[in-house]
Design a protein around this ligand. Structure first.
Ligand SMILES: Cc1cc2nc3c(=O)[nH]c(=O)nc-3n(C[C@H](O)[C@H](O)[C@H](O)COP(=O)(O)OP(=O)(O)OC[C@H]3O[C@@H](n4cnc5c(N)ncnc54)[C@H](O)[C@@H]3O)c2cc1C
Length: 382
Protein backbone atom coordinates (compact mmCIF):
# COMPACT_ATOMS: atom_id res chain seq x y z
CA UNK A 1 0.00 0.00 0.00
CA UNK A 2 1.36 3.42 -0.99
CA UNK A 3 1.16 6.20 1.56
CA UNK A 4 -0.52 9.10 -0.21
CA UNK A 5 0.64 11.47 2.52
CA UNK A 6 4.24 10.99 1.28
CA UNK A 7 5.87 14.07 -0.20
CA UNK A 8 5.69 14.19 -4.00
CA UNK A 9 3.10 11.45 -4.27
CA UNK A 10 1.09 11.71 -7.48
CA UNK A 11 -2.11 9.90 -8.31
CA UNK A 12 -3.64 9.50 -11.78
CA UNK A 13 -7.24 9.59 -10.63
CA UNK A 14 -8.60 10.68 -7.26
CA UNK A 15 -12.24 10.22 -6.36
CA UNK A 16 -13.72 12.21 -3.48
CA UNK A 17 -16.44 10.22 -1.72
CA UNK A 18 -16.96 6.50 -1.22
CA UNK A 19 -20.72 6.18 -1.59
CA UNK A 20 -22.24 3.91 -4.21
CA UNK A 21 -21.37 6.42 -6.97
CA UNK A 22 -17.69 6.96 -6.06
CA UNK A 23 -17.19 3.21 -5.54
CA UNK A 24 -18.88 2.29 -8.83
CA UNK A 25 -16.64 4.75 -10.68
CA UNK A 26 -13.54 3.43 -8.86
CA UNK A 27 -14.46 -0.10 -9.90
CA UNK A 28 -14.88 1.01 -13.50
CA UNK A 29 -11.71 3.12 -13.86
CA UNK A 30 -9.48 0.83 -11.78
CA UNK A 31 -9.58 -1.68 -14.63
CA UNK A 32 -7.92 0.82 -16.94
CA UNK A 33 -5.53 2.75 -14.69
CA UNK A 34 -3.23 2.00 -11.79
CA UNK A 35 -2.95 4.90 -9.36
CA UNK A 36 -6.59 5.39 -8.37
CA UNK A 37 -7.50 6.72 -4.93
CA UNK A 38 -10.87 7.10 -3.28
CA UNK A 39 -10.87 9.50 -0.33
CA UNK A 40 -13.66 9.10 2.21
CA UNK A 41 -14.07 11.30 5.28
CA UNK A 42 -15.97 8.72 7.37
CA UNK A 43 -14.67 5.62 9.16
CA UNK A 44 -16.17 3.37 6.49
CA UNK A 45 -17.59 3.69 3.01
CA UNK A 46 -21.30 4.04 2.21
CA UNK A 47 -22.48 5.67 5.43
CA UNK A 48 -24.34 8.66 4.01
CA UNK A 49 -26.99 8.87 1.24
CA UNK A 50 -26.11 5.37 0.02
CA UNK A 51 -27.35 3.75 3.21
CA UNK A 52 -30.50 5.86 3.72
CA UNK A 53 -32.79 5.21 0.77
CA UNK A 54 -35.53 2.89 -0.55
CA UNK A 55 -33.15 0.49 -2.30
CA UNK A 56 -35.27 0.46 -5.44
CA UNK A 57 -33.95 -0.47 -8.87
CA UNK A 58 -36.06 2.03 -10.76
CA UNK A 59 -37.04 1.35 -14.36
CA UNK A 60 -36.88 4.93 -15.73
CA UNK A 61 -40.51 6.06 -15.79
CA UNK A 62 -40.50 9.52 -14.26
CA UNK A 63 -37.60 11.42 -15.79
CA UNK A 64 -37.73 13.87 -18.72
CA UNK A 65 -36.95 12.25 -22.07
CA UNK A 66 -33.31 12.70 -23.07
CA UNK A 67 -32.17 13.55 -19.52
CA UNK A 68 -29.20 11.82 -17.94
CA UNK A 69 -31.56 10.58 -15.24
CA UNK A 70 -33.70 8.81 -17.85
CA UNK A 71 -30.80 7.39 -19.89
CA UNK A 72 -28.64 6.29 -16.97
CA UNK A 73 -31.56 4.82 -15.04
CA UNK A 74 -32.71 2.65 -17.94
CA UNK A 75 -29.14 1.51 -18.64
CA UNK A 76 -28.39 1.11 -14.91
CA UNK A 77 -31.50 -1.03 -14.41
CA UNK A 78 -30.27 -3.51 -17.02
CA UNK A 79 -26.65 -3.48 -15.84
CA UNK A 80 -27.60 -3.83 -12.19
CA UNK A 81 -29.72 -6.96 -12.72
CA UNK A 82 -26.92 -8.47 -14.82
CA UNK A 83 -24.21 -7.84 -12.26
CA UNK A 84 -26.38 -8.81 -9.27
CA UNK A 85 -27.24 -12.15 -10.92
CA UNK A 86 -23.65 -12.79 -11.98
CA UNK A 87 -22.04 -11.92 -8.64
CA UNK A 88 -24.66 -13.12 -6.18
CA UNK A 89 -25.66 -9.64 -4.94
CA UNK A 90 -29.03 -9.77 -3.14
CA UNK A 91 -31.86 -8.41 -5.28
CA UNK A 92 -35.45 -9.16 -6.32
CA UNK A 93 -37.27 -8.08 -9.46
CA UNK A 94 -40.64 -7.93 -7.74
CA UNK A 95 -42.28 -5.27 -9.92
CA UNK A 96 -44.06 -2.09 -9.01
CA UNK A 97 -47.55 -0.64 -9.30
CA UNK A 98 -48.33 3.08 -9.51
CA UNK A 99 -51.87 3.16 -8.22
CA UNK A 100 -54.51 5.74 -9.22
CA UNK A 101 -57.18 6.31 -6.60
CA UNK A 102 -59.37 8.66 -8.71
CA UNK A 103 -60.34 9.06 -12.37
CA UNK A 104 -58.24 12.21 -12.55
CA UNK A 105 -55.15 10.25 -11.48
CA UNK A 106 -55.92 7.58 -14.09
CA UNK A 107 -55.19 10.19 -16.79
CA UNK A 108 -51.78 10.75 -15.26
CA UNK A 109 -51.00 7.03 -15.52
CA UNK A 110 -51.28 7.23 -19.29
CA UNK A 111 -48.83 10.16 -19.38
CA UNK A 112 -46.40 8.29 -17.13
CA UNK A 113 -46.65 5.17 -19.30
CA UNK A 114 -45.89 7.13 -22.47
CA UNK A 115 -42.99 8.95 -20.89
CA UNK A 116 -41.58 5.73 -19.43
CA UNK A 117 -41.81 3.80 -22.71
CA UNK A 118 -40.16 6.67 -24.56
CA UNK A 119 -37.34 6.61 -22.00
CA UNK A 120 -36.90 2.87 -22.61
CA UNK A 121 -38.53 1.46 -19.46
CA UNK A 122 -39.63 -2.07 -20.23
CA UNK A 123 -43.09 -3.66 -20.50
CA UNK A 124 -45.12 -0.91 -18.84
CA UNK A 125 -48.81 -1.70 -18.80
CA UNK A 126 -51.93 0.03 -17.51
CA UNK A 127 -54.18 -2.38 -15.68
CA UNK A 128 -57.85 -2.07 -14.68
CA UNK A 129 -59.29 -2.25 -11.17
CA UNK A 130 -60.13 -5.93 -11.79
CA UNK A 131 -56.61 -6.80 -12.88
CA UNK A 132 -55.21 -4.83 -9.94
CA UNK A 133 -57.42 -6.83 -7.55
CA UNK A 134 -56.12 -10.04 -9.10
CA UNK A 135 -52.47 -9.03 -8.65
CA UNK A 136 -52.84 -7.29 -5.30
CA UNK A 137 -56.05 -8.25 -3.51
CA UNK A 138 -55.33 -5.89 -0.60
CA UNK A 139 -54.58 -2.75 -2.61
CA UNK A 140 -57.36 -0.25 -3.35
CA UNK A 141 -57.34 1.71 -6.63
CA UNK A 142 -59.29 2.44 -9.79
CA UNK A 143 -56.39 1.54 -12.14
CA UNK A 144 -52.62 1.13 -12.00
CA UNK A 145 -49.45 1.27 -14.06
CA UNK A 146 -47.50 -1.98 -13.80
CA UNK A 147 -43.71 -1.82 -14.12
CA UNK A 148 -42.42 -5.40 -14.06
CA UNK A 149 -38.73 -4.44 -14.29
CA UNK A 150 -38.64 -2.46 -11.02
CA UNK A 151 -36.97 -4.28 -8.14
CA UNK A 152 -34.92 -3.96 -4.98
CA UNK A 153 -31.22 -4.41 -4.28
CA UNK A 154 -29.03 -4.92 -1.24
CA UNK A 155 -27.12 -1.65 -1.58
CA UNK A 156 -24.48 -2.64 0.99
CA UNK A 157 -23.67 -5.85 -0.87
CA UNK A 158 -23.53 -3.78 -4.07
CA UNK A 159 -21.06 -1.34 -2.51
CA UNK A 160 -18.97 -4.23 -1.16
CA UNK A 161 -18.86 -5.60 -4.69
CA UNK A 162 -17.79 -2.27 -6.24
CA UNK A 163 -15.16 -1.78 -3.50
CA UNK A 164 -13.76 -5.29 -4.06
CA UNK A 165 -13.62 -4.76 -7.82
CA UNK A 166 -11.92 -1.40 -7.37
CA UNK A 167 -9.27 -2.97 -5.11
CA UNK A 168 -8.73 -5.87 -7.52
CA UNK A 169 -8.01 -3.30 -10.22
CA UNK A 170 -5.38 -1.66 -8.00
CA UNK A 171 -7.43 1.20 -6.53
CA UNK A 172 -7.17 2.17 -2.89
CA UNK A 173 -10.04 3.28 -0.71
CA UNK A 174 -8.70 5.53 2.02
CA UNK A 175 -11.14 6.27 4.88
CA UNK A 176 -10.90 9.04 7.51
CA UNK A 177 -9.50 11.33 4.81
CA UNK A 178 -11.47 14.53 4.45
CA UNK A 179 -10.73 16.77 1.47
CA UNK A 180 -10.41 20.33 2.78
CA UNK A 181 -8.70 22.14 -0.09
CA UNK A 182 -8.18 21.92 -3.86
CA UNK A 183 -5.68 23.91 -5.85
CA UNK A 184 -5.24 23.89 -9.63
CA UNK A 185 -1.60 23.15 -10.53
CA UNK A 186 0.08 22.89 -13.93
CA UNK A 187 -0.83 19.25 -14.71
CA UNK A 188 -3.70 18.56 -12.41
CA UNK A 189 -4.73 19.34 -8.85
CA UNK A 190 -3.17 19.59 -5.43
CA UNK A 191 -5.58 18.04 -2.93
CA UNK A 192 -5.40 19.04 0.75
CA UNK A 193 -6.55 16.28 3.10
CA UNK A 194 -7.31 16.25 6.82
CA UNK A 195 -6.94 13.02 8.77
CA UNK A 196 -8.73 12.53 12.05
CA UNK A 197 -5.65 11.28 13.88
CA UNK A 198 -2.89 13.09 12.00
CA UNK A 199 -2.03 16.47 10.58
CA UNK A 200 -3.08 17.74 7.19
CA UNK A 201 -1.21 16.60 4.12
CA UNK A 202 -1.49 17.20 0.41
CA UNK A 203 -0.78 15.28 -2.75
CA UNK A 204 -1.15 15.78 -6.48
CA UNK A 205 -3.56 14.14 -8.86
CA UNK A 206 -4.03 14.43 -12.59
CA UNK A 207 -7.81 13.87 -12.54
CA UNK A 208 -10.10 14.72 -9.64
CA UNK A 209 -13.66 13.34 -9.51
CA UNK A 210 -16.15 14.90 -7.13
CA UNK A 211 -18.62 12.27 -5.82
CA UNK A 212 -19.14 13.90 -2.44
CA UNK A 213 -22.92 13.46 -2.25
CA UNK A 214 -24.35 15.97 0.21
CA UNK A 215 -21.10 17.97 0.14
CA UNK A 216 -20.53 17.96 -3.62
CA UNK A 217 -21.37 21.67 -3.97
CA UNK A 218 -18.82 22.53 -1.29
CA UNK A 219 -16.16 20.47 -3.06
CA UNK A 220 -16.95 22.31 -6.32
CA UNK A 221 -16.56 25.57 -4.40
CA UNK A 222 -13.19 24.43 -2.98
CA UNK A 223 -12.01 23.97 -6.57
CA UNK A 224 -12.90 27.62 -7.24
CA UNK A 225 -16.29 27.26 -8.93
CA UNK A 226 -18.89 29.95 -8.26
CA UNK A 227 -21.66 27.49 -7.40
CA UNK A 228 -24.44 30.09 -7.46
CA UNK A 229 -23.49 31.10 -10.99
CA UNK A 230 -23.00 27.51 -12.12
CA UNK A 231 -26.36 26.46 -10.63
CA UNK A 232 -24.66 23.88 -8.41
CA UNK A 233 -25.99 24.90 -5.00
CA UNK A 234 -27.65 21.93 -3.31
CA UNK A 235 -30.98 21.99 -1.53
CA UNK A 236 -31.41 19.28 1.08
CA UNK A 237 -34.70 17.41 0.94
CA UNK A 238 -35.35 15.06 3.83
CA UNK A 239 -37.21 11.81 3.36
CA UNK A 240 -38.49 9.92 6.39
CA UNK A 241 -39.67 6.31 6.65
CA UNK A 242 -42.12 4.55 8.96
CA UNK A 243 -41.99 0.77 9.33
CA UNK A 244 -45.24 -1.18 9.08
CA UNK A 245 -45.67 -3.85 11.75
CA UNK A 246 -48.71 -5.82 12.83
CA UNK A 247 -47.90 -8.72 10.47
CA UNK A 248 -49.03 -6.65 7.46
CA UNK A 249 -45.94 -7.10 5.31
CA UNK A 250 -47.26 -10.25 3.64
CA UNK A 251 -50.34 -8.40 2.34
CA UNK A 252 -48.61 -6.93 -0.72
CA UNK A 253 -46.30 -8.59 -3.23
CA UNK A 254 -44.94 -5.60 -5.09
CA UNK A 255 -43.74 -2.04 -4.50
CA UNK A 256 -46.85 0.15 -4.33
CA UNK A 257 -46.61 3.83 -5.30
CA UNK A 258 -49.14 6.64 -5.57
CA UNK A 259 -49.30 8.89 -8.62
CA UNK A 260 -46.27 11.20 -8.10
CA UNK A 261 -46.30 14.64 -6.54
CA UNK A 262 -46.45 17.77 -8.68
CA UNK A 263 -42.99 18.65 -10.12
CA UNK A 264 -41.64 15.30 -8.84
CA UNK A 265 -40.20 16.73 -5.60
CA UNK A 266 -40.68 13.19 -4.33
CA UNK A 267 -42.42 10.12 -5.66
CA UNK A 268 -45.08 10.26 -2.96
CA UNK A 269 -45.21 8.12 0.18
CA UNK A 270 -44.99 4.57 -1.12
CA UNK A 271 -44.68 1.01 0.12
CA UNK A 272 -41.26 -0.53 -0.13
CA UNK A 273 -40.33 -4.05 0.78
CA UNK A 274 -36.79 -5.06 1.67
CA UNK A 275 -35.10 -8.35 0.83
CA UNK A 276 -36.24 -9.80 4.18
CA UNK A 277 -39.83 -8.93 3.23
CA UNK A 278 -40.17 -6.11 5.79
CA UNK A 279 -42.59 -3.36 4.78
CA UNK A 280 -42.10 0.35 5.23
CA UNK A 281 -43.74 3.55 4.10
CA UNK A 282 -41.84 6.51 2.77
CA UNK A 283 -40.13 8.68 1.99
CA UNK A 284 -41.90 12.01 2.34
CA UNK A 285 -40.10 15.10 0.99
CA UNK A 286 -39.37 18.17 3.07
CA UNK A 287 -36.74 20.83 2.37
CA UNK A 288 -34.40 21.26 5.34
CA UNK A 289 -31.36 23.42 6.11
CA UNK A 290 -29.32 20.90 8.06
CA UNK A 291 -28.47 17.23 8.03
CA UNK A 292 -30.52 15.70 10.83
CA UNK A 293 -31.72 12.12 10.51
CA UNK A 294 -34.32 12.17 13.32
CA UNK A 295 -37.84 11.14 12.23
CA UNK A 296 -40.50 13.65 13.28
CA UNK A 297 -43.20 11.52 14.89
CA UNK A 298 -45.73 14.30 14.21
CA UNK A 299 -45.58 13.20 10.55
CA UNK A 300 -47.22 9.88 11.38
CA UNK A 301 -50.72 11.20 10.53
CA UNK A 302 -49.54 12.27 7.06
CA UNK A 303 -47.98 8.86 6.40
CA UNK A 304 -51.05 7.05 7.67
CA UNK A 305 -53.50 9.13 5.61
CA UNK A 306 -51.37 8.92 2.43
CA UNK A 307 -51.05 5.14 2.68
CA UNK A 308 -54.58 4.38 3.84
CA UNK A 309 -56.08 5.47 0.49
CA UNK A 310 -54.27 2.64 -1.31
CA UNK A 311 -53.80 0.24 1.58
CA UNK A 312 -57.02 0.08 3.61
CA UNK A 313 -55.59 -2.72 5.81
CA UNK A 314 -53.10 -0.34 7.48
CA UNK A 315 -53.93 0.63 11.06
CA UNK A 316 -52.53 3.70 12.77
CA UNK A 317 -50.78 1.61 15.41
CA UNK A 318 -48.92 -0.42 12.74
CA UNK A 319 -46.64 2.55 11.97
CA UNK A 320 -43.36 3.16 13.82
CA UNK A 321 -40.76 5.81 12.94
CA UNK A 322 -37.81 4.06 11.25
CA UNK A 323 -35.15 6.19 9.60
CA UNK A 324 -34.53 9.16 7.31
CA UNK A 325 -32.30 10.10 4.40
CA UNK A 326 -31.40 13.42 2.79
CA UNK A 327 -31.61 14.04 -0.96
CA UNK A 328 -28.92 16.24 -2.57
CA UNK A 329 -31.30 18.17 -4.83
CA UNK A 330 -30.42 20.85 -7.36
CA UNK A 331 -34.14 21.61 -7.63
CA UNK A 332 -35.05 24.19 -5.00
CA UNK A 333 -38.53 24.64 -3.48
CA UNK A 334 -41.09 25.45 -6.20
CA UNK A 335 -38.51 25.05 -9.00
CA UNK A 336 -38.58 22.72 -11.97
CA UNK A 337 -36.96 19.30 -12.02
CA UNK A 338 -33.19 19.34 -12.52
CA UNK A 339 -31.02 16.69 -14.14
CA UNK A 340 -27.84 15.06 -12.81
CA UNK A 341 -24.71 17.11 -13.53
CA UNK A 342 -21.83 14.89 -14.66
CA UNK A 343 -19.14 16.86 -16.48
CA UNK A 344 -15.50 17.69 -16.99
CA UNK A 345 -15.18 21.36 -15.98
CA UNK A 346 -12.78 22.40 -18.77
CA UNK A 347 -14.96 25.39 -19.69
CA UNK A 348 -14.62 26.68 -16.13
CA UNK A 349 -10.81 26.58 -16.45
CA UNK A 350 -10.64 23.26 -14.58
CA UNK A 351 -9.78 20.50 -17.09
CA UNK A 352 -9.70 17.08 -15.48
CA UNK A 353 -11.98 18.14 -12.63
CA UNK A 354 -15.11 16.02 -13.05
CA UNK A 355 -18.16 17.04 -11.08
CA UNK A 356 -21.07 14.77 -10.16
CA UNK A 357 -23.66 17.07 -8.64
CA UNK A 358 -27.24 16.46 -7.56
CA UNK A 359 -27.04 12.66 -7.70
CA UNK A 360 -30.36 12.04 -6.00
CA UNK A 361 -32.75 9.23 -6.97
CA UNK A 362 -32.32 7.26 -9.27
CA UNK A 363 -28.61 7.43 -8.34
CA UNK A 364 -28.50 3.96 -6.83
CA UNK A 365 -30.29 2.30 -9.76
CA UNK A 366 -28.13 4.25 -12.21
CA UNK A 367 -24.81 3.66 -10.42
CA UNK A 368 -23.24 1.18 -12.89
CA UNK A 369 -24.31 3.40 -15.82
CA UNK A 370 -23.05 6.57 -14.09
CA UNK A 371 -19.72 4.75 -13.66
CA UNK A 372 -19.51 3.98 -17.37
CA UNK A 373 -20.44 7.56 -18.26
CA UNK A 374 -17.78 9.01 -15.95
CA UNK A 375 -15.17 6.49 -17.12
CA UNK A 376 -15.76 7.61 -20.72
CA UNK A 377 -15.01 11.20 -19.67
CA UNK A 378 -11.82 10.00 -17.93
CA UNK A 379 -10.77 8.08 -21.05
CA UNK A 380 -11.15 11.22 -23.15
CA UNK A 381 -8.85 13.13 -20.80
CA UNK A 382 -6.06 10.55 -20.47
C1 LIG B 1 -34.75 9.15 0.94
C2 LIG B 1 -34.00 8.67 -0.27
C3 LIG B 1 -34.52 7.61 -1.03
C4 LIG B 1 -33.84 7.18 -2.16
N1 LIG B 1 -34.30 6.08 -2.83
C5 LIG B 1 -33.64 5.65 -3.94
C6 LIG B 1 -34.08 4.50 -4.64
O1 LIG B 1 -35.00 3.82 -4.21
N2 LIG B 1 -33.44 4.16 -5.78
C7 LIG B 1 -32.40 4.88 -6.27
O2 LIG B 1 -31.90 4.57 -7.34
N3 LIG B 1 -31.92 5.95 -5.59
C8 LIG B 1 -32.50 6.33 -4.43
N4 LIG B 1 -32.02 7.40 -3.73
C9 LIG B 1 -30.82 8.08 -4.24
C10 LIG B 1 -29.54 7.30 -3.95
O3 LIG B 1 -29.56 6.84 -2.63
C11 LIG B 1 -28.36 8.26 -4.18
O4 LIG B 1 -28.44 8.76 -5.50
C12 LIG B 1 -27.00 7.60 -4.01
O5 LIG B 1 -26.93 6.84 -2.83
C13 LIG B 1 -25.95 8.70 -3.98
O6 LIG B 1 -24.69 8.13 -3.76
P1 LIG B 1 -23.40 9.02 -3.64
O7 LIG B 1 -22.25 8.11 -3.67
O8 LIG B 1 -23.47 10.12 -4.66
O9 LIG B 1 -23.54 9.78 -2.23
P2 LIG B 1 -23.11 9.27 -0.77
O10 LIG B 1 -23.51 7.87 -0.54
O11 LIG B 1 -23.57 10.29 0.21
O12 LIG B 1 -21.53 9.30 -0.84
C14 LIG B 1 -20.79 10.50 -0.81
C15 LIG B 1 -19.61 10.27 0.08
O13 LIG B 1 -18.76 11.41 0.01
C16 LIG B 1 -18.15 11.57 1.28
N5 LIG B 1 -17.62 12.92 1.40
C17 LIG B 1 -18.33 14.07 1.42
N6 LIG B 1 -17.50 15.14 1.56
C18 LIG B 1 -16.23 14.65 1.61
C19 LIG B 1 -14.96 15.24 1.77
N7 LIG B 1 -14.80 16.56 1.92
N8 LIG B 1 -13.87 14.43 1.79
C20 LIG B 1 -14.00 13.08 1.67
N9 LIG B 1 -15.20 12.47 1.55
C21 LIG B 1 -16.31 13.23 1.51
C22 LIG B 1 -19.30 11.28 2.24
O14 LIG B 1 -18.82 10.96 3.54
C23 LIG B 1 -20.00 10.12 1.56
O15 LIG B 1 -19.59 8.86 2.02
C24 LIG B 1 -32.65 7.83 -2.57
C25 LIG B 1 -32.12 8.87 -1.79
C26 LIG B 1 -32.78 9.28 -0.64
C27 LIG B 1 -32.18 10.36 0.21
Amino acid sequence: MIDISQMNFKSDITIIGAGVVGLAIAAQVACQHKAVYVLEKNERFGQEISSRHSGVIHSGIYYPYGSLKAKLCVEGNRLLYELCSKHGIGHRKLGKLIVATSDEETGQLQELKERGLRNGAERLKIISRRELNKLEANVEGVAALLSPSTGIVDSHALMEYFAARAKEGGAEIACRKKVVGIEKVSDGYKVMVEESDKDKFSFATRILINCAGLQCDRIAELAGIDIAKAGYRLHYSKGEYFSVGGGKSKLVNRLIYPVPEVKFTGLGVHVTLDLEGRMRLGPNAEYVDNIDYAVDTRHKDYFYNSAKRMLPFIEYQDLEPEMAGIRPKLQGPGEDVRDFVIRNETDKGLPGFINLIGIESPGLASSPAIARYAAAIVKDIL
